[in-house]
Design a protein around this ligand. Structure first.
Ligand code: GLR
Ligand code: MG
Length: 434
């Protein structure tokens, strides 16, 4: 064992980053959202960085893992998963009620099991270990994953209905409101002009389906032939989903999570030719068999955070390939560390057939010294050692200070609570909403 690769220290820095008032079917994004920056420091003096969700549940799992990781090698990614099982609460015996029981259905990201929460935490540590290993060896992370099969990764513009500003303060931006089809087209034009994006995803489930159909039609008219996607996060019934699929049949690249569960997705898939994509009904390995064998989804949006890191994203890709299911990539609000990790793994997956989602253009703040720049809607794959990003410690400290100063309201992402600042009567809509 090379002693230089042993982990001497792990630093966890919870931060709050500003987020615009983006609307989804649950409510609206808060002015600030929590993220966790993970740093592993090796005996050889190299620091690797990772990033994951920063809500309290994740922090509670990350702290014991950080303690336990000292003395382990950054090469031992399999050992990292075993360690997390031991110190963050392991899987119960099959069939037993335990830590892996469904604790709650998270509105936007599918089931919320203890396993999935733990994997989301481990993903930040895995990325930090790979970054440290790559920096030590002088190799980019993609080389540690088997090597890149492309030099640049395509991303799609992520369009949101949105307000001009948060009702209760927060950072301001110059995007203005987008609350109708014309507003969505204007937003798409700016994304195309500033970043060169060629495909567009509209977050739906905000307005009645006919308005969102009109927005997608307006996009199709403004950007003829460009790939378009619509994602209402499971807000529709089977019949509404079929209606939308019929209305937008000639226009959509895929329809993402029109309805909320595998059963309904299977029913819709059986009655439409529009491909269905998901980052809600297939978000864990145990969910794959039922969905794939029933033909419920044609595209899975991977996400290294909740699938458990970069190696497991590649395992997911292999399963998708075996079943002839397409692969795309999901995104939540994230910073440049995660975007670098997404890009490295995306570069190594031969069957990543669709442009990846990314919230990054909405994020005006970052903790890295040089922001990523999209050119022609693509990110060049870095060949620098590790992830190819460097922490901006001043920014990290400032965003951590914001987290420390927060009275607790922003430390948990809660889109329904944020919506209540504008509409005190708001409750998370029951599904199906339409
Ligand atoms: O289904 C999706 O693509 C997402 O849930 C992505 C994001 O979470 C998005 O919906 C959001 O943050 O409002
Ligand atoms: Mg989605």
């Amino acid at each position: 064992m090379n002693a230089a690769l042993l982990i001497d220290d792990v630093r966890l820095t919870p931060i709050l980053i500003s987020d615009p008032p983006l609307l989804n079917t649950q409510g609206v994004h808060q002015p600030y959202t929590p993220r966790l920056v993970v740093e592993v420091v090796t005996r050889g003096g190299v620091t690797g960085v990772g990033e994951t969700y920063g809500d309290g549940t994740y922090l509670d799992l990350a702290r014991p893992l950080a303690e336990a990781l000292r003395g382990h090698s950054v090469t031992d990614v399999n050992g990292l998963f075993r360690l997390a099982d031991q110190v963050c609460g392991g899987s119960p015996a099959p069939g037993a009620q335990g830590t892996d029981a469904r604790v709650e259905a998270d509105g936007l990201r599918g089931v919320r099991t203890a396993d999935k929460l733990r994997l989301s935490v481990v993903s930040g540590f895995e990325v930090a270990c790979l970054d440290a290993l790559g920096k030590t060896l002088g190799l980019p992370v993609h080389a540690l994953l088997g090597g890149k099969v492309r030099d640049a990764v395509d991303f799609s513009a992520y369009l949101f209905h949105r307000w001009a500003a948060h009702p209760a303060g927060g950072e301001e931006d110059d995007w203005g409101p987008a609350l109708d089809p014309a507003g969505i087209v204007a937003q798409a034009r700016r994304f195309a002009d500033e970043h060169g994006f060629c495909s567009f995803k509209l977050k739906g489930g905000v307005f009645p389906p006919d308005q969102e159909i009109a927005a997608v039609r307006a996009l199709a008219e403004a950007f003829p032939g460009r790939p378009l996607r619509l994602d209402p996060n499971g807000a529709w019934s089977v019949e509404t989903s079929l209606y939308v699929a019929e209305q937008l049949g000639g226009v959509l690249e895929y329809l993402e999570d029109p309805a909320a569960c595998t059963d309904r997705m299977a029913e819709i898939a059986a009655r439409t030719t529009v491909p269905l994509a998901t980052n809600m009904c297939v978000t864990t390995f145990p969910e794959i068999a039922a969905a794939f064998t029933r033909g419920a989804v044609q595209v899975v949006l991977s996400d290294h955070h909740y699938w458990g890191g970069l190696y497991r994203t590649r395992e997911l890709a292999a399963v998708c390939r075996a079943f002839g299911v397409g692969l795309s990539m999901h995104s939540n609000t994230h910073l440049g560390i995660s975007l670098a990790a997404m890009t490295h793994v995306a570069a190594t997956v031969p069957n990543l057939d669709y442009a990846c989602d990314s919230h990054y253009p909405w994020q005006t703040e970052d903790v890295i010294t040089a922001r990523h720049v999209f050119e022609g809607g693509r990110l060049a794959v870095s060949d620098a050692p590790g992830l190819g990003v460097e922490l901006d410690r001043e920014r990290l400290a400032a965003l951590h200070r914001r987290w420390l100063d927060d009275d607790g309201t922003m430390r948990e992402r809660d889109d329904a609570a944020a919506m209540r600042r504008a509409d005190p009567a708001w409750v998370t809509p029951a599904v199906p909403r339409w």
